[in-house]
Design a binder for this molecule. Structure first.
Ligand SMILES: [Mg+2]
Length: 370
């Protein structure tokens, strides 16, 4: 089998988050954007993947077009493990993190979709996870800022059946408002997106303690300061998570060796796809580190994350970003009901995109290689 063409579709979908949008991790998302990567084979099987993401998509699309996709044309898509290593080696001069790796991640996800379709199995079963037909999700909220809004949205998400809610707030008042809104029995997580020095992070960890956080995510800048993060973990009393900004397996190896995290959060559209994710899952297990993937997106990377979570040996949580999309090429496949998301049962990722919706919300031209 050979890869004969790769296409990229940049889809931008309006959404509602129940309140006015705030700046979030230095960004303010006008629409929820995804980069759909479509890999065609000479056997007539098409795979879908997703490269990260949001406002960096034009750069990921350019990396795919000028560099990553041409390398994959003519290659055998069934040779996933070797192809992944050869590609990473070929691309390494342009960095182990960023748009080139994001584009490679999207192609890798598509190759696994093709593998599932060839086998006639949903990806979760191909990865060894036939047992679960649904996974527990946590509601991952965007930033709201105002404590009363945070309390209201947390109360709504609790009423919708979520037992775990993640905030992206900085103020202690907003975090305490989340606890008030959700009540005492809901796990509250706070993701602060790398704002602080180690000393500041320790001070904030102490300040958040009355809210009894389930974990504190990425308190330290830069994300590769594993020694600093390990100090926050050691000297604080709250579980620490990180990993969505890691640069591959060896970055996680360093993080685990330094004791930086309780919870590892590799992101399938950023880290090198499902192939790299599988290596990190094994590494985390060897270091007794819990793994809960980062999945703050709505394309095939989200579907891949559902299958990955379903295939893990432990009952792990799935990130479910709270943004009601005006439409989705994948229908309600990523929608949580009662705090749970069903595992798609079709072959591969299990759901094919509705091309009428892709075309309706597509921005710019389709990139096609060759
Ligand atoms: Mg995060």
């Amino acid at each position: 089998m050979k890869i004969i063409a790769i296409h990229a579709h940049h889809v931008c979908i309006p959404y509602d988050m129940g309140a006015p949008r705030q700046e979030f991790a230095g960004l303010k998302f006008a629409t929820m954007d995804h980069l759909l990567i479509q890999v065609e084979t000479d056997a007539g099987i098409t795979g879908w993947g997703e490269g990260f993401g949001h406002t960096i998509i034009p750069a990921t699309k350019a990396a795919l077009e000028c560099y990553v996709a041409p390398w994959f044309i003519g290659k055998d898509p069934t040779d996933i493990a070797a192809l992944h290593r050869e590609a990473a080696q070929h691309f390494h001069l342009f960095g182990g993190n960023g748009p080139v790796v994001y584009a490679h991640s999207g192609v890798d996800i598509a190759l696994w979709d093709i593998a599932g379709k060839r086998a006639g199995l949903p990806l979760s079963q191909l990865l060894g996870g036939a047992r679960r037909t649904e996974v527990r999700a946590y509601a991952s909220l965007l930033r709201y800022g105002a404590p009363e809004t945070v309390a209201r949205i947390c109360a709504e998400r609790t009423a919708a059946g979520f037992k775990h809610i993640k905030l992206h707030e900085h103020s202690v008042a907003a975090v305490m408002a989340a606890r008030d809104g959700a009540g005492p029995d809901i796990a509250i997580i706070n993701d602060v997106n790398c704002p602080w020095t180690v000393a500041e992070a320790l001070e904030m960890e102490r300040a958040y303690r009355p809210a009894c956080l389930f974990w504190l995510e990425e308190p330290v800048f830069p994300p590769e300061d594993h020694r600093g993060l390990a100090r926050v973990r050691r000297e604080g009393q709250t579980r620490i998570s990180a990993g969505e900004n890691a640069g591959g397996l060896h970055d996680f190896a360093d993080s685990f060796e330094k004791g930086a995290v309780d919870i590892a959060q590799p992101s399938v559209t950023k880290i090198g796809g499902i192939t790299e994710m599988r290596k990190i899952i094994a590494l985390a297990e060897a270091h007794s580190v819990e793994l809960i993937p980062h999945c703050a997106y709505f394309g095939p990377g989200n579907l891949a994350s559902i299958h990955i979570v379903a295939s893990l040996p432990t009952d792990t949580l799935l990130e479910n970003l709270y943004a009601n999309l005006e439409a989705s090429p994948f229908g309600d496949a990523m929608t949580a009901t009662g705090g749970k998301v069903s595992v798609p049962q079709g072959p591969g990722l299990g759901v094919e995109p509705d091309m009428r919706i892709v075309e309706k919300y597509r921005q710019g031209a389709v990139v096609s290689i060759p």
